[in-house]
Design a protein around this ligand. Structure first.
Ligand SMILES: Nc1nc2c(ncn2[C@@H]2O[C@H](COP(=O)(O)OP(=O)(O)O)[C@@H](O)[C@H]2O)c(=O)[nH]1
Ligand SMILES: [Mg+2]
Length: 360
């Protein structure tokens, strides 16, 4: 195997690096077979969320220290996410209302770092709430969110009273919605009820991180290639000229052609179906993919259109290699959905075993 390490790193450097860091190795007995699965896909597609869900599905609760780190990360996601989302919105020609500009300046200048056990500073509670409710911010977010205002703000803004409670402790849903830009490689071993150990590897997906992927390819049995289905009308944060879906399609082709992955089972996860369903009501696929001929606002037709685009890319490559195309629609923040999809994934990887192999 290559240089896989067991760590996660994120932004800002240092502070969250050790957060969900531990490699949860099971007690290994020699007769257990490791089965390595890589989570690949662009940054923000949902890889780490699936990784976290696997911990929940396998009853590996977050430690006290991890929960505290997530609490601090959530504060950063809310303050930094709102400010950076609004500045991206400005670049598309929309601005917060005149009466809220002063609030924005306060939030821009607030300290993003909480100390251990320090509550969210109460003075920002209503500023954040008012900024989020600003009619222009809402108009951009609700009309397809081409500016890419972080989606987790919608979730956290509905929970501000709880977040700003001095005794706030994040629950699993809060943790699943937290986002850190992964820059390392995290590996966790999940014991299955067969004689296999599932070794799940989560990597950073930003353009600068992708060159590390090849170090993890060796010995991998399967790749879960995660795509943000709701990214069809958004541009990449690290490259504002590239549409997220176009990037995912190009990356999928590269992954299908990668000789180091030629013996792996490639499984496509078209993720963020919940957000896709909401967004499609406002942002017509045709405006971004003119060859879309399906009805406007139809999530079923939209999902199928993108699925077929990915399938068409891999068709010839897979035919030559005698590989099959596998695809699932997922909502990574939904534990039940991921439990079912991962059981099905296991059925694909180990056709002779039953789906009950995943612990419940
Ligand atoms: N609503 C919703 N949010 C999601 C879904 N999948 C991931 N997210 C959120 O998208 C953000 C990025 O996800 P993450 O797993 O960190 O992406 P990664 O960069 O590929 O590891 C996080 O805030 C997640 O909570 C989904 O299916 N639905
Ligand atoms: Mg990640």
């Amino acid at each position: 195997m290559g240089a896989c390490t067991s760590k996660i790193t994120g932004r800002p450097a240092g502070k969250y690096n050790e957060m969900p860091a531990q490699s949860e190795k099971s007690t290994k007995s020699t007769d257990r077979l490791p089965v390595k699965i890589l989570l690949l896909g662009a940054s923000g597609s949902g890889k780490t969320t699936i990784f976290k869900q696997m911990r929940l599905v396998h009853h590996m609760p977050f430690s006290r220290q991890e929960i505290e780190s997530y609490r601090q990360l959530i504060y950063l996601n809310v303050t930094d996410g709102l400010q950076s989302g609004i500045s991206r919105m400005n670049t598309t020609g929309f601005f917060v209302s005149e009466e809220n500009r002063e609030l924005l300046r306060v939030v821009e200048n607030c300290d993003r770092d909480l100390k251990d056990d320090q509550p969210f500073p109460s003075e920002y509670h209503h500023f954040i709430e008012w900024l989020w409710r600003d009619p222009n911010v809402q108009a951009v977010y609700r009309n397809g969110n081409e500016a890419g205002i972080p989606e987790n703000l919608s979730y956290y803004s509905q929970n501000l009273d709880r977040l700003f409670d001095p005794h706030f402790q994040p629950n699993n849903q809060d943790i699943l919605h937290a986002h850190v830009l992964s820059t390392g490689i995290t590996e966790t071993t999940f014991p299955l009820q067969t004689r296999h150990d599932l070794v799940l590897v989560d990597v950073g997906g930003s353009k600068s991180e992708r060159r590390k992927w090849r170090y993890c390819a060796e010995g991998a049995s399967a790749v879960l290639f995660v795509v943000n289905l709701a990214g069809y009308n958004q541009f990449m944060r690290e490259d504002e000229d590239t549409n997220q879906m176009e990037d995912a399609l190009a990356l999928w082709e590269k992954t299908c052609r990668d000789p180091s992955l030629a013996n792996t089972v490639l499984i496509l996860l078209l993720n963020k179906c919940d957000l896709f369903e909401e967004k499609i009501a406002y942002a017509d696929i045709k405006n971004f993919f003119p060859d879309y001929k399906g009805p406007s606002g139809d999530p079923e037709a939209g999902r199928k259109y993108f699925r077929n685009k990915f399938r068409d890319i891999s068709r010839e490559i897979f035919a030559a290699q005698k590989r099959n195309f596998h695809c699932h629609y997922t909502t990574a923040t939904n534990t039940m959905n991921i439990r079912l999809v991962m059981a099905s994934v296991q059925g694909t990887i180990f056709p002779s075993t039953t789906v009950t192999c995943f612990r419940s």
